[in-house]
Design a protein. Structure first.
Length: 103
């Protein structure tokens, strides 16, 4: 894993999550259960947990897995954001996905 540890998985109740380390912090994002796409958008985040990684060995996969497992129940709900206008990049990616799906 190392200092750039990152990954994803599914919680016990079926919601997907992703985690990443940046500097000395691990951030866990849990997504809403009814995702329509495989790549979640910022508005799909349902809960977040942040923890320092200064006390664990990032080269030991078991330590990282244990920290992520412990953070899942501690994740704090994120206030529901108002839907925002689609950005140009997101709109372009959405159209490309539609074209690929139509092939």
């Amino acid at each position: 894993m190392g200092r750039y540890a990152h990954g994803f998985g599914v919680t016990a109740d079926g919601r997907s999550f992703a985690f990443r380390t940046h500097r000395a912090t691990l951030t866990l994002e849990i997504y809403r259960p009814d995702l329509a796409t495989t790549v979640p958008a910022p508005e799909d985040i349902e809960a977040v947990a942040v923890a320092p990684v200064t006390d664990i060995d990032l080269d030991d996969e078991r330590s990282v897995v244990a920290l992520v497992r412990d953070l899942i129940p501690q994740a704090t709900p994120v206030p529901t954001a108002q839907p925002r206008e689609a950005t140009t990049v997101r709109a372009l990616l959405s159209r490309l996905a539609a074209v690929i799906d139509g092939m």
